[in-house]
Design a protein around this ligand. Structure first.
Ligand code: CP
Length: 297
């Protein structure tokens, strides 16, 4: 694998292989060692989970990690991003993980740097894609409920502004998930769907679901004309214990984080016995180990 940019660029076999390796790393606690490899971390947008878990994943594979302090990088002196990456490559850095607000920027860089021996990883680009999140979400689901062809999965929230929702639809399509229902108020429904169907009816969408994934209300991406009254959103779409009761009794509750408690999910649900939110975080390290290994070997 040259780059890890979008789920749609991977075959089902490649996804299955990444999931298998991630589970192997988790269960066996053994991993290969790549001491000559270095990962550079370029986060132009805020992150806790993705940034830290890529760093931990690299370190568990005995890779070195460098973080570019972007406020002090030479891009502030006018250097183009492609030249920054060429510079890192010339220093022997083989993998670069990038989060950026501009959709498709990692792909544009990959196209520009065809000749460079550098592997790019998309850690989120605007509202477009977050493929490593999709991988860890699918790992968390299949670890608990392996026959995904029989599952009903509900994805609830601000679908329109969610790169998590886009990549998750793509991985569900590749893996043949039985039923995917996207639940959102009309104003936050996307123009195009990659997989599944969309509804604004929370109860119907949640009915008999095996997995419920709540999405963060992305206040920073809302345009003025898209703003919902948060109190009515909370009233109509917040995942409370009473709404969760429409799903199956053993339904998994997931959220990519960070969570807005009391807005898209109640604390009783987020911290309750059906919550897999922290397992997602744990699995994120193993899923990212699998990605780094696949790029490095
Ligand atoms: N889920 C996710 O991408 O979290 P961070 O923004 O903390 O990386």
């Amino acid at each position: 694998m040259k780059h890890f940019l979008e789920i749609s660029q991977l075959s089902r076999t490649e996804i299955e292989s990444l999931l298998e390796r991630a589970l192997y790393f988790k269960r066996q606690k053994q991993c290969p060692s790549f001491p000559k490899q270095t990962l550079a971390s370029l986060f132009y947008e805020s992150s806790t989970r993705t940034r830290v878990s890529f760093e931990l994943a690299a370190k568990r594979l005995s890779m070195s990690v460098v973080h570019l302090e972007l406020q002090h990088s030479s891009e502030n002196k006018g250097e183009e991003m492609a030249d920054t990456l060429r510079t890192l490559s010339a220093m022997g850095i083989g993998c670069v993980v990038i989060r950026h607000s501009k959709e498709g920027i990692q792909q544009t860089l990959a196209d520009t740097l065809k000749e460079e021996a550098i592997h790019l990883i998309n850690a989120g680009d605007g509202v477009h894609a977050h493929p490593s999140q999709a991988l860890l979400d699918m790992m968390t689901i299949t670890e608990c409920k392996p026959d995904i062809t029989k599952l009903k999965i509900a994805l609830l929230g601000d679908i329109k502004h969610s790169r998590v929702a886009n990549s998750f639809q793509c991985i569900c399509k590749k893996m043949g998930v039985g039923e995917l229902v996207l639940i959102a108020p009309p104003i936050w429904q996307p123009e195009t769907l990659h997989y599944g169907r969309i509804t604004h009816q929370l109860r119907e969408g949640l009915m008999d679901a095996d997995v419920v994934i709540c999405l963060r209300v992305q206040r920073e991406r809302l345009l003025n004309e898209e703003e919902l009254d948060f109190e009515s959103y909370r009233r109509d779409f917040c995942l409370s214990l009473s709404q969760l009761a429409h799903a199956k009794k053993d339904a998994m509750v997931m959220h990519p984080g960070p969570i807005n408690r009391g807005l898209e999910i109640d604390s009783q649900v987020a911290d309750g016995p059906q919550s897999f939110i922290l397992q997602q975080v744990t699995n994120g390290v193993y899923a990212r180990m699998a990605i780094l290994e696949a790029l490095t070997i």
